[in-house]
Design a protein around this ligand. Sequence first.
Ligand code: 5GP
Length: 342
Amino acid sequence: SVFYKKLPKVELHAHLNGSVSAQTMEKLIQRKPHLNIERNMTAIGKGQRRSLDECFEVFKLIHKLVDTEEDIHTVATDVIKEFADDNVKYLELRSTPREEKGTGLTKKSYVEAVIKAIQQCKYDGVDIDVRFLVAIDRRNGTEVAMETVKLAEEFMLSSGGLVLGIDLSGDPKVGHGRCLLPALEKARNCGLKLSLHMSEVSSQLEESELLLNLPPDRIGHGTFLHPEMGGSQPLVDQVVKHNIPLEICLTSNIKGKTVPSYSQHHFRYWYQLGHPCVICTDDKGVFCTDLSQEYQLAASTFSLSPDAVWELSERAVDCIFAGEAVKQQLKQKWTEIKPGLL
Ligand code: 5GP
């Protein structure tokens, strides 16, 4: 409804290639008709569900459609404008730098294309503050993770504050966090923030214990951390002690079948604890959602009043990776918008 759309929002968990809208997908498909990819192959529509493995097959298809600097620039620009249209005022986009031998795309030019899109949107006056997290795909192992951190560090220093951190993502059933720990420690030590996908599936408990010792600055999903989901009290205690915010992606978890129903979503557990939870989309293109819809879903599933929804979006500001000055600017924006909305 109008309230959720008008609500100023912060998006902290959005994978670039999972966020590509139907309209942008049409453009990409027209650029590459020989691939014979259709829109319905790159999105999971209303009422549909896929296994997590099938979701990762969808990303492979999208990657075929997005394999030049121009493509990256197009998708980043469109995704940023779409979030802005949805009244997202601050966005941390994440994406895995890819090299494509066939098109000359390098990991460096990949990141540059994203940064140029962010700068162009700013220049064009799009009303959104956008930052970038460089993603490590866990399946690629130790060495690639280390290279990715080096790349992120370079851009952190040269991008004027646009690159703020590292995301650890990719198929949770492949690889082990143990192998990635040195790269993540290096990232932390050079001042990159860490947002790590953790306990997205039930087999990751030992890995979560290990990663929590870093500790990360935010947790992606964290579905199986708490005891009712087979996690443990010590894990919960650790998350609470370090006050590590959870990025919550309702539709994604339902459509990817890691959570059986909205009412059983782990948001309930953490929200009732009073722990910082940030509502996010994950992959708005693939899962056919937007951030307004995710807030509305949270409100209807967990019976949140408009005041509680407002507080949820306002508290998300405290969880961003940008510094204190940016937080203050955003808080100011929220204060200005509030009387017209509540
Ligand atoms: P990209 O990094 O290419 O911009 O966005 C797609 C990638 O994000 C996927 O290949 C995958 O590595 C990661 N990703 C997107 N959604 C999810 C998710 O729900 N869970 C995990 N673990 N990774 C994801």
